[in-house]
Design a binder for this molecule. Structure first.
Ligand code: FMN
Length: 137
């Protein structure tokens, strides 16, 4: 559905609903598996079709999964810059987990679970702030 959508004005209804949900959300979790040292093309395509104005001032937690530790900084060097383009506030703590840290799609690492808790606390803090006028104008 998303992969075959190439135009702003020609979304299938189901995709419009997803974009509406993103627009209505207070808190976003922007997450991707790492593919070839980057976030996926599908995630990029999702953001490429998004009006840059609709996420201004929102809060996001950034997360990625990968096969190794080698690309853990994808969250900070790539997802964070993507969020900045959209004027989204990101929590300073980002989440990165390897496949080996999941069992049956459940996170088993205590240290990463702790990071998730910290990121959620930071997001709640950011959500309480009032956006500066420059962002709402
Ligand atoms: C095409 C492809 C490219 C990948 N490239 C990387 C990579 O560059 N670095 C890495 O750490 N893991 C890499 N992986 C491993 C995935 O990031 C990891 O298995 C991920 O958790 C898969 O999530 P998924 O099952 O939702 O696709 C790659 C996997 C695939 C399928």
């Amino acid at each position: 559905m998303l992969g075959s959508t190439i135009s702003y004005n020609n979304f299938p209804e189901s995709l419009t609903q997803i974009y509406n949900k993103v627009q209505e959300a207070d808190l976003l979790v922007i997450a991707s598996p790492v593919y070839k040292a980057s976030y996926t093309g599908l995630l990029k395509h999702f953001f490429d079709l998004l009006d840059p104005k609709v996420l201004v001032g929102k809060v996001a937690i950034l997360a990625a999964t990968g096969g190794s530790d080698q690309h853990a900084l994808v969250v900070d060097y790539q997802l964070r810059t993507l969020a900045s383009f959209f004027n989204v506030y990101t929590t300073p703590t980002a989440i990165y987990a390897k496949d080996t840290e999941f069992t049956d799609y459940k996170l088993t690492s205590e240290s990463i679970s702790k990071r998730v808790e910290v990121a959620v606390e930071q997001a709640l803090f950011l959500l309480k702030q009032e956006s500066p006028q420059s962002l709402v104008a």
